[in-house]
Ligand binder design. Structure first.
Ligand SMILES: NC(=O)C1=CN([C@@H]2O[C@H](COP(=O)(O)OP(=O)(O)OC[C@H]3O[C@@H](n4cnc5c(N)ncnc54)[C@H](O)[C@@H]3O)[C@@H](O)[C@H]2O)C=CC1
Ligand SMILES: O=C([O-])CC(=O)C(=O)O
Length: 329
């Protein structure tokens, strides 16, 4: 028997990321090739944005996706989020050249208060929320705090793009395929302070540290390349990463819903206190997923260099959180 459709809300649906994301969701790349979806698309109540959204929907129609069981356009989160199973909160102002992601805090924080409240009121009680809009961790924290009637664990922030960047840079360094790498993760904030950690990783079953064996490269090349990749793309493209961000969002939700079969990935999730991170902090952790739930990888030995990096990214997140205190009560 065919599965019942899942309702997926996407905000900022007429934006750059939306244009790379929606077609793949409707194609079954996110929830499975046997899972029908209904798209509930939100854009700002502005004539130009709503018209652009209509245009994107016309193109989605023209793909005749067999899994697309319905699609609606919205300008109010209270209707867009009605009964949804998955929320991809993408809509927010992106940064331009010379800005850090936290410069967007004021501009974007309000959006996530309103949307958190709407999720609280009308979404499925099991809704899985992924925040993509920057600064992603703090926006996810605001949404979570604005939805006290939903389980905090339903709210996540996107560090998967950082994870994928970290995999790709490491694979290039050792000249091995991506699939040969396991147990890599990214700790902390989606910002240049993030810590891409392969101290526990293996490459074709060999310890990655032994294969790389170049601390200077890790410190002076690898971490800055991964951490500042978003800025490098803005510099090169004149626009922020969109296709790779959409791809990471698909990866994040797919793994959360369908499981990682014991493999590690990275998700920004509310801390349960693991590894000394204060409870509730929206923090990038190594996780495995099964039956629609994520679990933090426990019992890792954190060396002095890693601890220093984790402390640094935590400090930044706590400062961001302090900056939005007035919004979350
Ligand atoms: N977490 C991550 O790894 C990444 C995050 N991003 C972030 O994703 C966000 C979106 O990026 P783009 O699609 O490139 O930007 P964009 O400017 O092309 O699109 C954003 C869309 O969101 C809409 N929007 C704004 N406020 C909204 C609201 N309250 N409700 C619904 N829609 C709203 C806008 O009208 C616009 O169409 C930015 O904050 C960007 O910084 C981008 C890349 C990676
Ligand atoms: O850098 C930006 O502003 C967009 C983003 O989050 C990324 O590409 O990682």
């Amino acid at each position: 028997m065919a599965k019942a459709p899942m309702r997926v809300a996407v905000t900022g649906a007429a934006g750059q990321i939306g244009y790379s994301l929606l077609f793949r969701i409707a194609n079954g790349d996110m929830l499975g090739k046997d899972q029908p979806v209904i798209l509930q698309l939100l854009e700002i109540p502005d004539e130009k944005a709503q018209k652009a959204l209509k245009g994107v929907m016309m193109e989605i129609d023209d793909c005749a996706f067999p899994l697309l069981a319905g699609m609606t356009a919205h300008s109010d989160p209270m209707t867009a989020f009605k009964d949804i199973d998955v929320a991809l909160l993408v809509g927010a102002r992106p940064r331009g050249p010379g800005m850090e992601r936290k410069d967007l805090l004021e501009a974007n924080a309000q959006i996530f208060t309103v949307q958190g409240k709407a999720l609280d009121a009308v979404a499925s009680r099991n809704v899985k929320v992924l925040v993509v809009g920057n600064p992603a961790n703090t926006n996810a924290y605001i949404a979570m705090k604005s939805a006290p009637n939903l389980p905090a664990k339903n709210f996540t922030a996107m560090l998967r793009l950082d994870h994928n960047r970290a995999l790709s840079q490491l694979a290039a360094k050792v000249g091995k395929p991506i699939t040969s790498i396991e147990k890599l993760c990214v700790w902390g904030n989606h910002s240049p302070t993030m810590y891409a950690d392969f101290t526990h990783a293996t490459i074709d079953g060999q310890p990655a540290n032994t294969l790389v064996n170049d601390q200077a490269w890790i410190k002076d090349v690898y971490l800055p390349t991964v951490g500042k990749r978003g800025a490098a793309i803005i510099e090169a493209r004149g626009l922020s990463s969109a296709a790779s961000a959409a791809n990471a969002a698909i990866d994040h939700v797919r793994d959360w819903v369908l499981g990682t079969n014991g493999k590690w990935t990275t998700m920004g999730i509310p801390s349960d206190g693991s590894y000394g991170i204060p409870e509730g902090t929206m923090f990038g952790y190594p996780v495995t997923t099964e039956n629609g739930e994520y679990k933090i990888v426990q019992g890792l030995e954190i060396d002095a260099f890693s601890q220093e990096r984790i402390n640094l990214t935590l400090k930044e997140l706590l400062e961001e959180r302090e900056g939005v205190k007035h919004l979350v009560g």
